[in-house]
Design a protein around this ligand. Sequence first.
Ligand code: ATP
Ligand code: MG
Length: 729
Amino acid sequence: MLDGLDPEQREVATALHGPVCVLAGAGTGKTRAITHRIAYGVRAGILQPSSVLAVTFTNRAAGEMRGRLRQLGAAGVQARTFHSAALRQLQYFWPRAVGGELPRLVERKVQLVAEAAARGRIRLDRNELRDVTGEIEWAKVTQTVPEDYPAVVAKSGREVPRDPAEIAGIYGTYEQLKRDRGVIDFEDVLLLTVGVLQDRHDIADQVRRQYQHFVVDEYQDVSPLQQRLLELWLGDRDSLCVVGDAGQTIYSFTGATPDHLLGFRTRHPHATVVKLVRDYRSTPQVVHLANGLMGQARGRAAEHRLELVSQRGPGPEPVHAEFADEPAEAEGIARRIRELMTPRDQGGEGVPASEIAVLYRINAQSEIYEQALADHGIPYQLRGAERFFERPEVREAGVALRGAARAGGNDALLEDAAALPDQVRAVLGTKGWTPEPPAGSGAVRDRWESLAALVRLAEQLSAARSAAGAETTTLGDFVAELDERANAQHAPTVEGVTLASLHAAKGLEWDAVFLAGLTEGIMPITYAKTDEQIEEERRLLYVGVTRARVHLSLSWALSRAPGGRAGRRPSRFLQGLGGSAATGGTGGKGGVERGGGAKRRRRGPIRCRVCGRTLTDAGEIKMMRCEDCPSDLDEALYERLREWRMEQAEQLGQPAYCVFTDKTLMAIAEAVPVDESQLVTIAGVGRRKLDRFGADVLALCAGEEPGRDLPDAGPDDGLADPVGGSADE
Ligand code: ATP
Ligand code: MG
């Protein structure tokens, strides 16, 4: 158990009593150390598995930790997010503490905030709505009630999007609306749990009898509310182990603060404090860049900066790549990914797709990469595909597997003695799984990818269990595992390139990482104004850089659309990192690679929709007309439609083209329909789509807000704990 750890990590793993705090930089094995610590304690008989609660930052991280613990022979330990742990306790104790069933979680928080604003005759534009919603979340996790909000803002010197009294009014009305409708929001889950544990000593005692040892990963991003919950769980005991890196604090905009991590020693004078500096994840080249980036950091977290020392052999220099426009950047990245994926004996690097990630600042950036990867036939997985278990094919497969498990050996499909993966392949074969993937992309391929992910999961489960000494793994075990994962919304990894926001990439790692769209305005994001906000953006980039094991690419585009004004500048954070635009060259050591606007592969000729000429230029193809032909397209409307489509696709867990294709959106932006009868005449808008999306599209065409949840309102796919829209909901 301890063999795979260095001396400092071993110190963490063996310090099973009393408070422990690990302060260490990215990739130094914090998560590994705490996982081994739990497993070691369990195997040594010191920790009862059911008495340990491990808290991680996302459902995915929690799922991974459970998997690792099982492999290390410590199944049965609870690994959850604060939110999911609280939700479970709240559901369990609600009937006794309050009576009746726990209220439903609100589905469209942003819409409810808009409604609350409207009641007070306040009209918020899209950005204000996002920011005001963020303020309400912040107020709640800092346990600030509406009445106190203006005073607290004045005292903290916090910059706010509207007059604090106005925000307090909206906040108050929002709380009232929730009460009227009998719903609760994401933050209420923690607030209510804290309330119950505070008021009901009998319940608090029961929870404390159950959980005696606590471990918290990513502790630098704990919110005051989460900290309060942790204190209530602990009571007067101190079996607490926290690990974190102040340099990776990226959720302070939601009210999280590294103060709890940095002040741990003061609060627990007898704590064992361990520092780790060996970076096991990344090559010296990647680590050098990461250290350089943090070397320029300012502020509190920077004072606690830990210089990383790579333990790996050398790798390629990070690539800095500049492109003329965004489609060219996406195309360049897709091409490079193809090269990386090409087997070594064919001149490539042989990196599997699942070991590659493209990371961006806001979710709206994903689509262009989705399209470019699809054009190259590269499978990809959007983070937020966490809704895996909600996909129809996965549900169907679940029903079939459950049926087969119940039928046991009586099912004609199943050989009695067949190993679990074979049984699963047999059952899923009836649902469209085949040993080889179907040709092409699209819905059929998506369906196959989901089923293939289930087969892989069966393989992993039976391997993990036999490694842990289990004799057989039955279909029933598999179904139970699926249920457990579905409850935790933990999707199995799909064999594809990961597309994710930087926020969602926290704690994860890949062989190759592409940090895309690194221009001023995106990184740092325009709404980061104060020094503190800018520093948080820098840390976000640092988190991105430190996700890479070997290959790292940093890229940006000088204009948004092909032929546009090249008015963009590369991110200020890239200065002095070894690849300034001035060095030119073509991707030599530390130089800047300049990507061209290569033609995109497409099926069939694309013709200008004005004059009918066959188009060959990438930019013209994107616009679907000649550069010189007159445009009748309302470009601003088209952009708004595309943004809206992204949100929809995300909510539905489907690719964007399932909502509407680019062509349909263009046609809408040309015709600007005023009512349903006009809208339904547009190619690609059927009856079903009209029913589903008609109101939104017409609102957008009329220049109004469709009033949906916003993609960049919080930590992207909402997997993270502190903000709304969680996968738990
Ligand atoms: P982050 O700050 O990004 O969350 P972390 O400190 O939690 O990083 P881990 O994810 O635990 O780091 O470890 C990074 C990588 O290094 C993992 O692949 C892990 O398996 C590997 N690693 C950690 N410690 C060791 C070790 N002692 N020997 C070999 N590999 C290690
Ligand atoms: Mg970690």
